[in-house]
Design a protein around this ligand. Structure first.
Ligand SMILES: [Zn+2]
Ligand SMILES: [Zn+2]
Length: 149
């Protein structure tokens, strides 16, 4: 039990023995909990013991070592799941972008082919060209689509 005012570098120790140093002490002696960021005031009972009065914080005096370990495990699992989720999202965005690029390239190639063959771009566009079944149609009259929809 430490009854003196905390200084920067004092450890806030969990029931498991895991410790983090205090990074900030205010002129009135209050410090910022290195585990949750809450201010611990000199009037708080946790102040003298270098703990934390935030019940959600692992440095809260009532936590048992087992409970802290379980909570740390839970947070680590959650962090890993979040990381995996992010990786999946990034992967599918990349896939979508690749697909979009492939389609754009494919369309550009077919459109170029159509121009060379004097084929109609509108008919090509309406054909299942993305499924590799482009339709190259040459209309007898250039205003074909004005009269046929
Ligand atoms: Zn805290
Ligand atoms: Zn056409």
């Amino acid at each position: 039990m430490v009854a003196t005012a905390p200084i920067v570098g004092d450890a806030v120790t969990l029931a498991t023995g895991d410790a983090r140093p205090i990074a900030a002490v205010y002129p009135d002696g209050a410090y910022t909990c290195p585990w949750c960021g809450a201010a611990v005031l000199p009037t708080d009972t946790a102040w003298a013991t270098r703990q934390c009065l935030n019940p959600a914080c692992l440095a809260y005096p009532a936590w048992s070592a087992d409970a802290v370990r379980a909570e740390l495990d839970r947070r680590e699992t959650q962090r890993q799941e979040e990381e995996a989720r992010r990786a999946r999202v990034a992967w599918s965005l990349e896939q979508a972008e690749q697909r979009r690029q492939q389609e754009a390239d494919q369309w550009a190639a077919y459109a170029e082919q159509a121009r060379k063959r004097g084929a109609c771009l509108l008919c090509l566009r309406r054909s299942p060209w993305w499924g590799d079944r482009p339709k190259f149609v040459r209309h007898r009259s250039p205003d074909y689509h004005d009269t046929h929809r």
